[in-house]
Design a protein around this ligand. Structure first.
Ligand code: PFF
Length: 450
């Protein structure tokens, strides 16, 4: 028995939720650090091109299928399939998508837990509980497990409230906070000595590095990860949009918000690194590369905050608060994928589905924590670098080759009846049919061969 489905109450509600899903650790952490070590502005350019030419069309494919079916990915792909074989492949794709979404959440919750721990550490420092602050910022199994569980509990709490009361309400509250904290931090860092050097590194392109095949695959993975594609997240959010909405426009707005926040985060992280250098903190590795990824966020930046006295504690609090919010609005969208499937396929109540699935994912996170060295990087690469683009490829094939074109047009026309005369309909269908799948495969082939 299918349960009554939720729906976003307004266009803004949807944009907040979808942008909340898209804007996450990928934007504020992943993008700036990758740009830093991969040719600065040249990486930015490759990323922007891939985001608009590949990620946006795939986002549209997911939103359109989702709204047409008003169902989870498994049912939706089945619905647009004309025969048994495509129905089976659709079912397999949808199920793979929700498994991948669950594994992404299993590592994301660990990293988000670190962010929460650093946020609480800044508060403890303000109240001079220095021992506690030290424990909170050190890598230990107990801390990692505890904060992963707290983060999962927050995610479970929001998702159990449903689409409007949970996802929409919390995304609409948290996203403005995120933007305000980010802008405040950028403005503050710009006033510090050394910031302009970082800005130069961010904005001066080094094209030789940006065109390396591996880098393009990384940028593709980053763009897909950043827009939450391939796993059915955007499809399920699309299934909660009202038929009155103009999908190409709202999809475009979500892409734009996502890219703008990533670019804005670059204006924070790169200058902050050079402020750290100016304050005597090492920001280069032994081989002369810029320190990136976790070492940057959990070593370089905290050491920078340490050099800034009381202001540093406040900045640290704001920074890790920002990271935690960004992570939370994304993690809820990941959890919604398996939850929606379980509710709709198996007639289970929302609260029960959320608790059971949340517990299973927390167990997976615990297993990763117990075998951190062996599993963490593996799960990240398998899910984000390979699975997301490949699943995105399948969505393109469904929209471009399998779904009947008249039905597709009817769906897109729902919120915009003159759509077939516009630019979107002239370019997009051929684009998802041929260009997107070919480019995704080419980038893969190149990276496998090279
Ligand atoms: N888009 C999120 C980020 O940039 O951090 C990550 C993400 C969210 C990936 C939801 C996948 C997903 F289904």
């Amino acid at each position: 028995m299918a349960s009554p489905r939720g729906e976003f109450s307004s266009r803004l509600g949807f944009i907040m939720a979808a942008a909340g899903s898209a804007v996450g650790l990928g934007n504020i952490w992943g993008f700036p650090t990758q740009a830093a070590s991969n040719g600065g502005a040249a990486f930015l350019l490759v990323y922007l091109i891939l985001a608009f030419t590949l990620a946006y069309p795939v986002l549209m494919a997911e939103l359109i299928i989702g709204r047409h079916a008003h169902a989870n990915a498994v049912n939706a792909l089945r619905l647009i399939s004309p025969n048994r074989v495509t129905r089976r492949i659709g079912t397999a794709t949808g199920i793979t998508g929700f498994i991948v979404a669950s594994f992404i959440l299993s590592f994301y919750a660990i990293v988000a837990g670190w962010m929460l721990a650093h946020c609480v550490a800044a508060v403890s420092e303000l109240f001079r509980f220095n021992g506690l602050a030290e424990w909170l910022t050190e890598f230990s199994f107990a801390r990692n497990l505890g904060f992963m569980l707290i983060f999962m509990a927050l995610t479970v709490g929001i998702i159990s409230e449903g689409v409007q009361q949970g996802i929409e309400r919390w995304s609409s509250r948290l996203m403005p906070m995120l933007l305000i904290s980010l802008v405040l931090l950028v403005l503050y860092v710009f006033t510090l000595e050394g910031a302009m050097d970082g800005l130069r590194v961010y904005l001066l392109p080094d094209f030789e590095r940006a065109l390396a095949p591996d880098l393009i695959l990384n940028a593709l993975g980053a763009a897909f990860f950043s827009l939450s594609l391939g796993v059915g997240t955007m499809l399920i959010y699309g299934s909660y949009i009202s038929d009155r909405e103009n999908l190409p426009v709202v999809g475009g707005l979500v892409t734009l918000v996502d890219i703008c926040i990533a670019v804005l985060a670059g204006f924070l992280v790169l200058p902050a690194m050079y402020v750290a250098l100016h304050n005597g903190v090492e920001i280069f590795t032994a081989t002369g590369e810029l320190i990136s990824e976790d070492t940057l966020i959990f070593n370089v930046l905290p050491r920078l905050f340490d050099t800034m006295g009381l202001a540093g504690v406040v900045v640290s609090l704001l920074f890790f608060f920002l990271m935690s919010i960004a992570a939370l609005t994304s993690s809820i969208s990941m959890l919604e994928v398996p939850v929606a499937y379980t509710i709709e396929e198996h007639g289970v109540g929302r609260k029960r589905a959320v608790v059971v699935i949340g517990t299973l994912i927390a167990i997976a996170s615990t297993v990763i924590l117990l075998n951190f060295e062996a599993l963490f990087g593996l799960v990240v690469a398998a899910t984000t670098r390979y699975s997301q683009p490949l699943l995105g490829f399948v969505f393109c094939v469904y929209v471009g080759w399998i779904w009947h074109r008249d039905q597709l047009l009817q769906e897109v026309r729902k919120g915009s009846d003159r759509v077939e005369h516009g630019l979107f309909w002239k370019i997009w269908p051929g684009y998802v049919r041929v260009v997107c799948p070919v480019i995704i495969l080419l980038i893969f082939a190149q990276s496998l061969l090279g």
